[in-house]
Design a protein around this ligand. Structure first.
Ligand code: MN
Length: 717
């Protein structure tokens, strides 16, 4: 079937200058007709979607995606990539939905198009070197399929070619971004041809005058060198023939950007660079490269110190060649590159070579298999060396264990994979972390525990006086966040302990009709000193944490003439439920307001409240000085944990029914467990949150009323 002519008949208004014919004929060179037809179908689809849209240059919009696909066809990429290239702007710029693409072109193509659209949405702002590096990594980290980057690079290349129709400021920004971000990515992936073009176009737009100077010099030199290069080429060719080596000898052009870089890097003048001749020799086998080197060195003397063996030690992107510089006729330097055909292909297309369409390719290999293949190839050609370390250094780009996210100001933060909004907040600043109350990801409010993903913009909402939640420790992944939260809690515990210690000490002093305000400062200082402590605060903290016993300290604070018989009318320590980390409620008996309670001073934990009826209290009775008399404050407005056991007859759904009855009393269930006791009955254990004994009684009444319930008891150790 003649694809080209059938396609022509589809085009309205005889619009044929849009490059599709050129693309189709390129595809005929390496794709079977069925695949070409799919590409053509994509063209029809995109043509319809972009109908009526024009580029800034005035051309129909469709010329752009076709040109992008054309660039990728030069690399012989697979049909999916070409189709994605043709469709790459339909989701961004037209009402086309992803599932339309899935239906017509399959999931793989749709994912590629979606990937390119996502990359288009993120914006690079700052020009700082580190920021650019992070941004490059972010782009690579965002793509699940490296072909997304290939399409993006081709897209950028065509946009750079047609940059002229943009206003100057916009032009410069795009050129800058191209040089900072996209050319280095192309370089990293070994896509040399695209890298060179991006750099050249970027350099031309950013520094038009410098470009012009260099370009003119190069053109002039080329005119002068033409004959000369021809002569050198002939000399080398005949020497190779004599040595029995088959090789392709060609003159090598240098692009303006690399000349400019060299001038800056090596601090050499323009003429010193353009007056150097460039020659490339391509041979078949690796060992022929070295023989060729010998031959070349026999024709012209090598310049000492200029030989580089990138075959034995390839560059990180897989580039391999032998480089040498010769003293040409009348001492003119000649730079020579020697490589095999395979090395040449890698040097030109890099990673893209692994997605080239090959006949009979069932494309069974997945994305990561192919990417790993590429990496493996890079490792293989490293030949020994520290290949593991090398692999790590390349791998971080393609299989990153980091995520890259934006702050609202456009700065990029690098976080470990799995990091949450709280990790982000602490990465911004410890204070931001400590005071964060909510987070917005891409302007949408999300829970703080939400993991952040590549390319997202994260904004932390903080509030004055807000404090870290101890439960954050359970989901944060960064060491900084975890350490900061722990540090905060420790400080908090200290200040709470001091507060409690002061109250405990006052309570003990009350037994002697004293309080801390009435104790002279010198007396306190003396006791602090006697006990080997540093400060009054430390004394209170130690008492609060149970490391010092309040009644003993109180006795030391008494005036020497004081009546040492305690006044037994001193009141108990009032418990409000808001004491925080230094007052805890024993999980053996689950005390709740209105329960008669007793407290035990536990070293390091502070005051632990038990019910008077608790069986565990027996063990403490041997240490009376560690008991504290406590009582509930009237009208405690907090929720407390309490445990009840419910014996039920075994019946379908009985657990749900009991749970529903509990919920019916507006009570939260924190934990449930079920033990089947025998074939007839089971024991359900509920941990509930209640206000006080009256609340609990209401819950128990509601459960008892159920016919399935045999018995309800409140747990007590
Ligand atoms: Mn585009």
């Amino acid at each position: 079937m003649d694809v080209t002519s059938s396609l022509r008949s589809l085009l309205p208004y005889g619009r044929r200058s849009i490059g599709i014919n050129q693309l189709i004929s390129k595809l005929e060179g390496y794709l079977p007709p069925a695949e070409i037809e799919r590409v053509q179908d994509a063209y029809d689809f995109a043509f319809g979607a972009h109908q009526g849209q024009r580029r800034r240059s005035g051309e129909p919009y469709i010329t752009h995606p076709v040109a992008v696909a054309d660039l990728l066809a030069d690399l012989h990429l697979d049909p999916q990539t070409l189709i994605a290239a043709i469709l790459h702007d339909v989701m961004e710029d037209t009402p086309t939905l992803k599932n339309e693409i899935v239906e017509r072109f399959g999931n793989e193509v749709a994912e590629l198009v979606d990937g390119v659209s996502k990359l288009d949405q993120i914006q690079f702002k700052s020009r700082a070197e580190a920021q650019a590096e992070s941004f490059r990594k972010m782009l690579l980290a965002m793509v699940k399929d490296i072909r997304v980057i290939m399409v993006k690079l081709a897209d950028r290349t065509h946009n750079m070619r047609t940059l002229g129709s943009m206003p100057p400021a916009r032009r410069r920004a795009i050129a800058r971004e191209t040089l900072d971000i996209y050319a280095p990515i192309a370089n990293r992936l070994g896509m040399h041809a695209i890298k060179v073009e991006l750099e050249d176009l970027g350099f031309r737009s950013l520094y038009p005058r410098r470009y012009k100077v260099i370009e003119t010099a190069v053109r002039k030199a080329k005119g002068n060198q033409k004959q000369f290069i021809g002569k050198i080429g002939d000399a080398l060719r005949s020497a190779l023939v004599k040595a029995g080596i088959e090789g392709l000898v060609e003159g090598r052009e240098k692009d303006a950007h690399s000349i400019y870089q060299k001038m800056r890097r090596k601090k050499v003048s323009l003429s010193e660079i353009v007056d150097v001749y460039g020659i490339r020799i391509v041979v078949d086998e690796v060992d022929t490269c070295y023989r060729t080197l010998g031959v070349v060195h026999g024709v012209y003397k090598p310049m000492p110190g200029r030989f580089k063996d990138y075959i034995a030690i390839p560059r990180a992107n897989g580039y391999q060649s032998l480089h040498t510089t010769l003293f040409g006729p009348s001492g003119t330097p000649i730079e020579v590159q020697i490589r095999t055909r395979a090395m040449h292909d890698v040097a030109e297309s890099g990673i893209a070579a692994h997605w080239q369409y090959k006949d009979g390719d069932d494309s069974a290999r997945t994305y990561s298999e192919r990417a790993r293949e590429w990496l493996q190839q890079l490792v293989d050609i490293q030949q020994g060396g520290n290949s593991e370390e090398f692999l790590e250094s390349v791998k971080v780009d393609l299989f990153p264990d980091k995520v890259y996210v934006f702050t609202p100001k456009g700065d990029i933060l690098r976080l470990p994979r799995g990091s949450t909004c709280v990790d982000f907040a602490y990465a911004v600043h410890t204070d931001v972390g400590n005071r964060c109350v909510a987070a917005k990801v891409d302007r949408r409010l999300v829970p703080l525990r939400t993991p952040v993903r590549n390319g997202q913009t994260v904004e932390i909402i903080s509030a004055k006086g807000a404090t870290p939640n101890p439960s954050w420790v359970n989901f944060v992944v960064t060491a900084k966040a975890r350490a900061s939260i722990r540090q905060y809690l420790k400080n908090l515990k200290r200040s709470e302990a001091m507060d409690l210690g002061r109250r405990l000490l006052n309570q003990s002093l009350e037994e002697f009709s004293l309080n801390l305000r009435k104790v002279p400062a010198e007396t306190i200082d003396a006791v602090v000193h006697d006990l080997g402590l540093r400060s009054e605060e430390e004394l209170y903290e130690k008492i609060g944490l149970g490391e010092r016993v309040a009644p003993f300290v109180a006795r030391r604070l008494l005036p020497l003439d004081a009546d040492s018989v305690p006044d037994t009318h001193a009141g108990p320590l009032a418990i409000a439920g808001t004491e925080g980390l230094v007052v805890t409620y024993a999980r053996c008996c689950f005390p709740i307001p209105n329960d008669p309670i007793l407290a035990n001073l536990s070293t390091g934990r502070g005051v632990v409240i038990h019910r008077e009826a608790c069986g565990n209290l027996a063990t403490f009775r041997k240490q009376p000085d560690k008991w504290i008399s406590v009582a509930w404050r009237p009208a405690v407005d907090q929720l407390f944990h309490v445990e009840i056991k419910v014996e039920v007859t075994n019946r379908m759904g009985v657990l749900a029914q009991v749970a529903a009855a509990i919920s019916g009393t507006e009570t939260n269930i924190d934990r449930v467990s079920l033990i089947e006791r025998d074939s007839d009955s089971s024991m359900l254990t509920f941990e509930l949150l209640v206000q006080d004994r009256r609340h609990l009684a209401r819950v128990i009444r509601a459960i008892r009323a159920m016919p399935e319930v045999l018995k309800v008891i409140r747990s007590l150790a």
